[in-house]
Every structure is written in C-alpha cells, then in structure tokens.
Design a protein around this ligand. Structure first.
Ligand code: GDP
Ligand code: IMO
Ligand code: MG
Length: 424
C-alpha cells in the first residue's frame, strides 16, 4: 500500500505537471481528485510541450492507469478533445478512466460563470470561465448531473429538464441572455456518451483495490493550497478542496492509505486572477520573473502576477497539508538576479505575523518582511547534482529549507525531465 499525494502549495501553476510526470515512472496509477479543466498542467518531453487540463499528467506512461475521481468535474467536450490531442501525438488514452460519481460541467455552467464574473465587475474573481463555480454549486445544492447519469438516458433527460427550469429563469431574467433548449443539450451529450462510456468506472473501488494490492498510487492535485475553498484566500479561490484532505474525499480513500504528501513549490510566487498577494512585485523584478519564467496561464494565456517566495504561505501550506517533502521548481528562473528577496514574515499595524493572519483584512494589507539573499549569476539549467550548484544557490535553497522546515527532495531547474536534481 503506497499512496502519495502531490499538490500545489501556492496559488497553482507550481509545476505539478512536470513533477507528476517524473514521479509516475514509479507508479501504477495516477488519480486526479478535484477540479476540472480550469487546471493547466504542462509536461515537456523533448520538443513536445503537452498541455493537460482534465487528464492526469501520468498519461505518458502507457502501463499506468489514469483515473479522474469522484471529486472532479468533467466537461465532456473538453476531455474528448484532449483525448484526441493526445492520440494524435501517439499517446494512448486506453488507460484513462473517469469515475461515475464525477460531476458534469454543463453548457449553462459556462454561461453562468461568464455572466457572474461580468456582473461582479471590478470585484470579479478572475475565474478561468470553465464553469467550475456553478458546477460545484449545483453539486452542493444537489441538482448536479453526474457521469453515471449519462448511462441512463431517461434519468439524464429528467435531470437536464429539471435543471433548465431553474437555469433558464436565471439566464433570461437575471443575466438577460438566451435560454437553453433541453433537446440541444440531450443531443450533444448523447454523442459524448457514446464516446466516453467505455471509460466510465467505479473510481473509488478501482483506486482502493490498487492500494490494497500494494500498488503505488499518485494523487495529482490541481490548483494550489491558497486556492482551496476552505483554507485559501476566500473568495478569491477555486470551488474545490485542493488540500491533501481533498485527495481522500475526492478519490474516496481513507487517510491511512496515504504514506507521503509532496508539495510542489516555485522558487518564487505567482498568481492568476484577482485577490491578495503580499509579495507581488509590480516593478522590473516582477516583469523579469514573468519573462524568464514564461509566466502566462496554461489554460487562459493570461499573464501571471509574479513576486517573491513567501515563507509565511509556505509554512501555512505545509501545516494544512501535512507536507513531508517539497519539490522546488523554476529555480533556474532566478539565475540572473543580483539579489533575491525572500519573505519570512508579515508586518501589519506594528504587529508581526509569522503565521497566516487570522483575518483577511490583515492579509490584504500585510507588508512582507524581506531578507535579501545574493544571486548566483550563472546558468544552472544543466546542473545535475546538488553539489554542482553554485554556493550562493545552495545557500538560497538551504535558507528556504530553514524557513519552511521541510526537506527539498527534488529541485527542478528547467521544464524537461532531465533538468531535475534529486537531493539525497
Ligand atoms: P502546473 O499547473 O502546476 O502543472 O504548472 P503549469 O504547467 O501551469 O506551469 C508551470 C510551467 O513551468 C510549465 O510551462 C512547465 O513546463 C514549466 N516548468 C516546470 N518546471 C520548471 C522549471 O524548473 N524551470 C522552468 N524554467 N520551467 C519549468
Ligand atoms: P493549475 O492546476 C492557477 C484560479 C483562477 C481564479 C480562481 C478561480 O494549473 O495549477 P476557477 O476557474 O477555478 O473558478 O477560478 O482560481 N485558478 C488557477 N490558477 N492555476 C490553476 O490550476 C488554476 N485553476 C483556477 O485564475 O483566480
Ligand atoms: Mg497550471
């Protein structure tokens, strides 16, 4: 029995896709447990950069089962397109399975997400507009539609008609947009069902059987800890549980089946969308990070907001998730800086916070207290061992290790598989 959770410790885009792909070589199964196609995970192998949204980043290994669990959302048109995209590149999707309890993203969720954001105006969340919030809202109010409903056309029809009775009032009366026709949705989704039905399984059972048989299962998180619906920077969060506990809920496994929790953390911080970000750098340094790190959204193409490493957030994420090891990514991006800032605590109205502030008003106005560490002025993207890293670079890593209190077992110095240092 060996369950490992891999998750983002910041606001997403930490490089989970790359690290998941790396770890998959020792896995029998990779499971996505929350989120939908709001995720954008990149796996670079040679000159191919695969952009995955729904499909677990273990898909490059033909013998590894990839499961999308109960807690995830599925937009059937998007996953089918993604499957075709992979097949066209010679990557088989025969081992991809979707849990029958996963909820469907319906066409009205996309419109409600878009219209909701427009209505919020300058207070908008900055969502990916993939329908995530409205789909999870329907799940919670128990009017959601699940993958298994696709397999029973009469139930599916009843649920779509019932949902539209309410949605069409909201669409026409509140948002002043066109209503949707049940027949159109039924026809569209019937075609998806034909293509997806052989991939629908009882997810929790398959995952637990694998764990009970002593197989290695990797639970691949999407988004990041600070985007968690309960523990993130609410309301500027996503609508699912991104923390380690979410893996147990979303996949349907007990916590005792988890042996390790690995947090993926960038050597600096980025965020997409609205919301507080204490270490954001609005000047030339932030721009340089964006430029060197190609910090543009995988899903939406939006420029990511960039700033320095935040030790307060890192410690918060480590506690919330019970993180036992860290994988640091994108260290190479900092190579050209003369000095590098690291936030160790916050200051607010004369008070120092070295843990996440208890009230969002404090977090919104928190002033980072920085240490400034020397840079290393050399390209590290081909370095293969820890000892070969320049001394100032090792000092940077070791300072972050002191601040976080957790070992960095993996250090990533580029997007490719071989641009990785395993720290023994
Ligand atoms: P995810 O959502 O956490 O999987 O991260 P994304 O794929 O959205 O964004 C991470 C980006 O950084 C991708 O384009 C990766 O190919 C790239 N990447 C991952 N690790 C490294 C690294 O160590 N250095 C550099 N320069 N790029 C990296
Ligand atoms: P990966 O898995 C970064 C952000 C959006 C927005 C907020 C809510 O690639 O790390 P949503 O569409 O989920 O309702 O948007 O969450 N967000 C992400 N930011 N990486 C992601 O995924 C994200 N998924 C959602 O930008 O601020
Ligand atoms: Mg991403």
């Amino acid at each position: 029995m060996a369950g490992t959770i891999l998750l983002g410790t910041q606001w997403g885009d930490e490089g989970k896709g790359k690290i998941c792909d790396l770890l998959t070589k020792d896995m029998d199964m990779v499971v996505r447990f929350q989120g939908g196609d709001n995720a954008g995970h990149t796996v670079e192998v040679g000159d191919v950069a695969l952009k995955l949204h729904h499909i677990p980043s273990g898909i490059l290994y033909p013998d590894v089962k990839c499961i999308i669990g109960d807690g995830a959302l599925i937009n059937p048109s998007v996953i089918l397109e993604e499957m075709r995209y992979l097949e066209d590149k010679g990557i088989s999707t025969d081992n991809l399975f979707i849990s029958s309890n996963a909820h469907l993203i319906m066409p009205y969720h996309l419109v409600l997400d878009r219209e909701g954001e427009i209505r919020l105006g300058s207070s908008k969340i900055g969502t990916t507009r993939k329908g995530i919030g409205p789909a999870y809202a329907d799940k919670t109010t128990r009017i959601g539609i699940r993958m298994q409903d696709l397999l029973d056309p009469s139930i599916f029809e009843k649920k779509v008609i019932a949902a539209l009775e309410e949605k069409n009032i909201v669409l026409t009366k509140i948002y002043n947009v066109a209503p949707m026709q049940a027949e159109d949705i039924l026809e569209e989704y019937a075609a998806y069902t034909e293509q997806l039905k052989s991939h629908i399984i009882d997810g929790y059972l398959v995952i637990n059987d694998a764990l009970d048989a002593g197989q290695n299962v990797l639970f691949e998180g999407a988004q990041g800890t600070l985007l968690d619906i309960d523990h993130g920077t609410y309301p500027f969060v996503t609508s699912s549980q991104t923390v380690a506990g979410g893996a147990c809920c979303g996949a349907g496994v007990g916590p005792l089946k988890i042996d390790a929790v690995t947090g993926v953390i960038k050597a600096y911080t980025t965020r997409v969308g609205s919301g507080p970000f204490p270490t954001e750098d609005f000047g030339a340094d932030g721009e340089m990070i964006r430029d060197r790190g190609h910090e543009y959204g995988t899903t939406t193409g939006r420029p990511r907001r960039c700033g320095w490493f935040d030790g307060v957030l890192a410690r918060y994420a480590i506690r919330l998730n019970g993180i036992s090891s860290l994988a640091m990514t994108k260290l190479d991006v900092l190579s050209d800086f003369a000095t590098i800032k690291v936030c160790t605590k916050y200051e607010h109205e004369g008070q120092i916070y070295d843990v996440f502030p208890p009230h969002q008003s404090i977090f919104h106005k928190a002033i980072p207290v920085y240490e400034e560490l020397p840079g290393w002025h050399s390209d590290i993207s081909d370095v293969k061992t820890y000892a070969e890293l320049p001394a100032t670079c090792r000092a940077y890593i070791e300072r972050l290790q002191e601040i976080t209190g957790v070992p960095f077992e993996i250090i990533s110095v580029g997007p490719q598989r071989d641009q990785t240092i395993f720290v023994s």
